[in-house]
Design a protein. Structure first.
Length: 217
């Protein structure tokens, strides 16, 4: 067999091996993404049923909704801290489940939208997590839930963003900037709403002293 034929067969075998590797990676990623979607759906269902059942049992939806929001968000973030992973992934699903659970019992979803992002940012900061990204994922979950229950998406997003900024403000000005940058960098409707709703950074301009008229000292 000539040297050229050997090289050709070697190159073909290498290409086939690389092609198989690519196919295996593709199949693995598809399987993982399907698994992630299933996990997110399970978290939404868990939080939704827990919140709605708790509020029905308390028979005080208006007052208890805020307390449940705080406790659920704290529990979710504590769980991811204990496991050591999954905070950014699960935050959106937790927020979505919270909103849908409150909606199921006729609660004030707009109020809960603000409380959810406020507690999400505070709890993420408490455990040293990326609270800006947590804020973005929380807003994403709130927007999705509001769409599904037929609510006012723009208003829910504005209230949610306001809650995130308020919580970031209690951490510091750098935190506010980080949250603002992440939300404005989001895709789709959230970006447009965030750009309109977020406070604009102050621009310092130098003052030009007035010109003196002739004869003034």
């Amino acid at each position: 067999m000539s040297e050229e034929r050997v090289e050709e067969k070697t190159a073909t075998a290498a290409a086939e091996t690389i092609g198989k590797a690519g196919a295996q990676v593709k199949e693995g990623i598809i399987g993982s993404l399907k698994g992630i979607n299933e996990i997110e759906a399970e978290i939404v269902a868990l939080v939704r049923s827990t919140v709605s059942n708790t509020l029905r049992a308390s028979q005080a939806v208006a007052n208890e909704g805020i307390d449940v929001t705080r406790d659920v968000m704290k529990g979710a973030i504590d769980a991811t801290e204990e496991v050591g992973t999954g905070l950014i992934l699960s935050t959106k699903s937790v927020a979505k489940g919270l909103m849908m659970g409150v909606s199921d019992v006729g609660g004030d979803v707009l109020n809960v939208a603000g409380e959810t992002t406020r507690h999400a940012v505070n709890e993420a900061a408490r455990v040293g997590a990326d609270f800006a990204m947590v804020a973005r994922r929380t807003v994403d979950g709130i927007v999705e839930a509001t769409k599904e229950v037929g609510g006012n998406v723009d208003e829910a997003a504005k209230v949610a963003i306001g809650g995130a900024i308020e919580a970031a403000g209690s951490i510091g000005s750098t935190a506010v900037k980080a949250v603002r940058d992440v939300l404005v960098g989001a895709a789709g409707a959230v970006k447009d709403i965030a750009s309109a709703a977020l406070p604009k950074p102050e621009v310092k301009t130098g003052r030009v002293p007035p010109e003196k008229s002739a004869g003034e000292p």
